[in-house]
Write a protein that binds this ligand. Structure first.
Ligand SMILES: [Zn+2]
Length: 93
């Protein structure tokens, strides 16, 4: 596993901390354990898979999905990651 530089420097969890352990647990079929490693990304996995599948599978759908890749959407994702980072460090998630 690749250590998280942010965690090593600050001893705080970044939004992605636990992601590698989460993927490893999923690959082994341990979904509850995967959820505990990074609950936000565990919940986002189905959305990411469907989104990427539609993006690559259908050119017409790609045009409709622009809203998910707009500047506003990017800002939303950044705010979501920032809030996730704050919440997980306050509550020790
Ligand atoms: Zn991290």
């Amino acid at each position: 596993m690749i250590p998280c530089l942010f965690h090593q420097l600050t001893e705080l969890n970044c939004p992605l901390c636990g992601g590698q352990r989460m993927v490893w647990a999923i690959l082994q079929g341990h979904f509850c354990e995967a959820f505990h490693h990074n609950p936000l990304f565990f919940c986002l996995i189905p959305i990411i898979i469907v989104s990427l599948t539609l993006w690559f599978a259908n050119k017409r759908m790609r045009h409709r999905m622009r809203i998910f890749y707009s500047d506003r959407a990017l800002l939303f994702y950044l705010i979501l990651l920032l809030l996730w980072c704050i919440i997980r460090n306050i509550y020790g998630i």
